[in-house]
Structure formats: structure tokens, C-alpha cells
Design a protein around this ligand. Structure first.
Ligand SMILES: Cc1cc2nc3c(=O)[nH]c(=O)nc-3n(C[C@H](O)[C@H](O)[C@H](O)COP(=O)(O)OP(=O)(O)OC[C@H]3O[C@@H](n4cnc5c(N)ncnc54)[C@H](O)[C@@H]3O)c2cc1C
Length: 376
């Protein structure tokens, strides 16, 4: 009997967890290494999962848990800074008509669901561990794990996020670049009448928005121009976000009253990156933010990462030959879908930075989302 192929997954975020579950289900031997000791320590309060992300989560077998833990909705409102609703439109159901258009979730809850799925899959998980590529040839990869042991794998999947050390180790020089925007985020209790995302354009920030994440919670965010991070001490985060948020009406005063603890406020810049040409070298292949990242103006980063995991796992389990041709085909299939999303996400932010008032944001969003309805 031939031995099942072995795969090392580097990074236990959405992409790494998803690909682990899917490859284990096909009977492959999967080890996952995650750099953090606390695997569930996720940055950011909430996440907006579009239908195409939900479609992959259903494939993973966790849709019922996501549905029960999150908050599904099907429209988005555009408001004036004072909270007056100017326009509300139905969101496209990018995961198909049998899934909601959107589910908001608390990030730690999503991560917990995925961690449990990885544990149940029987993969070997090592926390607080990284992997160093020692040898990468046409047949496999020899790695040294954080505990000093060496192991040989048929494939290494780099799912170690936007700052991927594995990407750099295989000689792919791309790095994330700031788009010029930064975001303040916080979780807060959900007012009962707040049942969808509303976005206010204008006011002191480019965007002020919120998304319900459960029956009792939401996350809220304010987007402004980048500032020198060193000039904003973390202990002032609540004051900074509250100052911006207090200019907005509607549900915002209720939300703003909860922006009190600087440790609960997350501040980060928007980045963009798209690795072009190939997402592999030898038997090391990139998925998720390690290959591409975009500002969350379309809320598609995790969705694309989950799609990468689904597509790559299907291609790996459907082919005997794990070779350049297969990995190049994976790249071609993904780049055709990822590039327009990254470009549209960056463009929407750039229009705001440039103060373009008559930009066709709904048109660009509509075309991109329509494309994403197709299976990846
Ligand atoms: C402000 C903001 C808001 C966003 N909002 C949304 C949204 O609403 N909807 C959406 O779909 N997307 C959103 N995204 C994008 C989304 O967060 C990412 O696309 C997604 O988390 C990428 O998943 P990943 O698994 O590829 O990487 P990550 O989630 O970054 O996971 C990488 C993992 O690898 C680990 N790791 C790193 N280095 C190593 C190493 N050397 N060895 C082992 N492990 C390592 C890390 O600890 C981490 O656990 C947002 C992003 C930002 C910045």
C-alpha cells in the first residue's frame, strides 16, 4: 500500500485552517504549524463574510455553526454622517441563493470554529512553532521545525499571512504596500434595531460603518488617512476613535458610548499586495494573504483566502502529478479572480483619497460581486 502524501501547512489562519481540513478529508497526512502560542488570539473585532466565503465554510462542514454564531443579513445602507439613510440596496448573494448575502461574525468566534474543525480533522498541530525551508526540490521539501526536528514533506503550503516569512524564504520578493488609509475598529453591544451594515461617507472620516456580528454584538469602524503610527500612543486609541466617531449620528452615539477602553480598539493600516507570475517555487505554494491582500472595501480578503484553500485542495486531490504545471494552473485559475478584486478594492479607496465625487462605486462593486457569484 502506498503511503498517503504528506503536507505541511504553515500558518493557522482562515486559509491554513481551511486547507488543512479539506486535505485531511481526502486522506492526506497534514501537519500544521502556527507561530502563535495562543492560536485563538486574532486581531480585530469582527469580520464581514460575503456569500462566497460562506460557500467555502459550508464545504468545510461548519456552516451551521457559523450561521448559529453570526448575524446574517442581505442589504447595505448608505447614510449621511448624521445617520439619515440615503439609500439601501440588496446585496448580491455571491455564495448562491441558498446562503445569505452576508454574515457578520466576531473574529474569535470564527477562528474557534475553524480551530475545532482542524482538531477534529486529525491533523497534527504544533503551536508556537515555525518552519524553516532547508531543501525544496521537484519531489518534496525538507524543513526544520521550531523544535529543531527535521522532516520531509511532499508539499509545503505557505498560509502564513501578509508578512509571510515562507514567501520570502522561497525568493518571492513581494511585500505589502500601504494604500494610504487606516482603520479604527471596536466591538460593541448591538442596538436591537441595527440589523445590517450601514456606511456613512463623508464627515471627518472617509467611511464610518458597522456590521452586526451576533444577536448581541457588532463591530464598528472608522476609516481615515494614514498617520504615523509612532505618533499615536496605544493608550490614546479609545480617545482617537471616539473623537472621530462622535461626529456621526444614527446608531453611532450608542456605539460611541462603548469606545472607552484603549485595549479594545484596534488600529491598522490598509495594505495591498498581489504576487504575479506564480504562487509557488518547487514544492512550496502560497495561499491567502501570503499571496495577495487588499483593503477591506469589498470585505473580500478572507473570502478569497478561503477560496484559495478550496481550489488548491481540489486540484491537489484531483491530480497524481504535483508539479509545476499543476501549481501554475492553480495560479492562473486564482489570479483571474483575485486580481480584479484586489484592483477594485484598491480603486474604491483611491477614489476616496483623491476626492473623486462622481466615481461609479456601485457599478464597480456590482461588476465585481457578480463575477464572484461564479464558482471559483
Ligand atoms: C482592517 C481589516 C479588515 C478586514 N476585514 C475583512 C472582512 O470584513 N472580510 C474579509 O473577508 N476579509 C477581511 N480582511 C482580510 C482578512 O482578515 C484576511 O484576508 C485573512 O485573515 C487572511 O487569512 P490568512 O489565513 O491568509 O492569513 P492570516 O489570517 O494572517 O493568518 C496567518 C497565520 O499564520 C501565522 N503565522 C505567521 N507567520 C508564521 C510563521 N512563520 N510560521 C507559522 N505561522 C505563522 C499567524 O500567526 C496567523 O495565525 C480584513 C483585513 C483587514 C486588515
Amino acid at each position: 500500500m502506498t503511503q498517503p502524501r504528506t503536507v505541511l501547512v504553515v500558518g493557522g489562519g482562515a486559509a491554513g485552517n481551511a486547507v488543512t481540513v479539506l486535505l485531511r478529508r481526502a486522506g492526506l497526512g497534514v501537519d500544521l504549524v502556527e507561530a502563535k502560542d495562543d492560536w485563538n488570539a486574532t486581531a480585530g473585532s469582527g469580520i464581514t463574510l460575503q456569500g462566497n466565503a460562506l460557500r467555502v465554510l459550508r464545504e468545510l462542514g461548519v456552516w451551521e455553526q457559523v450561521e448559529a454564531s453570526g448575524f446574517g443579513f442581505g442589504s447595505v445602507g448608505i447614510t449621511a454622517p448624521d445617520g439619515t439613510v440615503l439609500h439601501a440596496q440588496d446585496d448580491l448573494r455571491t455564495g448562491g441563493d441558498d446562503l445569505p448575502a452576508t454574515v457578520g461574525m466576531q473574529r474569535p468566534r470564527l477562528q474557534r470554529i475553524l480551530i475545532d474543525a482542524v482538531r477534529a480533522s486529525g491533523a497534527t498541530v504544533r503551536l508556537g512553532t515555525t518552519a524553516e525551508i532547508l531543501d525544496n526540490d521537484a519531489d518534496g521539501v525538507t524543513v526544520r521545525l521550531g523544535d529543531g526536528t527535521e522532516a520531509r514533506y511532499d508539499l509545503v503550503i505557505a498560509a502564513d499571512g501578509v508578512g509571510s516569512a515562507t514567501r520570502a524564504a522561497i525568493g518571492i520578493a513581494d511585500r505589502p504596500e500601504p494604500t494610504g488609509m487606516a482603520i479604527w475598529r471596536i466591538a460593541a453591544p448591538r442596538p436591537a434595531a441595527l440589523t445590517r451594515t450601514d456606511l456613512a461617507y463623508g464627515g471627518p472620516a472617509y467611511i464610518a460603518g458597522y456590521c452586526p456580528t451576533s444577536e448581541t454584538t457588532l463591530y464598528a469602524y472608522v476609516v481615515e488617512a494614514n498617520r504615523d503610527r509612532a505618533s499615536i500612543p496605544p493608550e490614546s486609541y479609545a480617545d482617537e476613535m471616539r473623537h472621530l466617531a462622535s461626529a456621526y449620528g444614527g446608531f453611532w452615539p450608542e456605539i460611541t458610548a462603548h469606545i472607552t477602553d484603549p485595549a479594545e480598539v484596534n488600529y491598522t493600516w490598509f495594505d495591498r499586495m498581489l504576487v504575479e507570475g506564480a504562487w509557488h517555487r518547487g514544492r512550496v505554494v502560497l495561499i491567502g494573504d501570503a499571496a495577495h491582500c487588499c483593503p477591506p472595501t469589498l470585505a473580500q480578503g478572507a473570502a478569497l483566502s478561503l477560496e484559495d484553500a478550496w481550489v488548491l485542495s481540489r486540484m491537489l486531490t484531483g491530480s497524481d502529478a504535483w508539479d509545476d504545471a499543476l501549481f501554475q494552473a492553480y495560479y492562473e485559475r486564482r489570479i483571474a479572480r483575485v486580481r480584479p478584486v484586489v484592483e477594485a478594492s484598491v480603486q474604491i479607496g483611491q477614489w476616496q483619497l483623491d476626492g473623486v465625487r462622481d466615481a461609479d462605486v456601485p457599478g464597480l462593486m456590482g461588476r465585481t460581486m457578480t463575477m464572484l457569484r461564479e464558482l471559483p
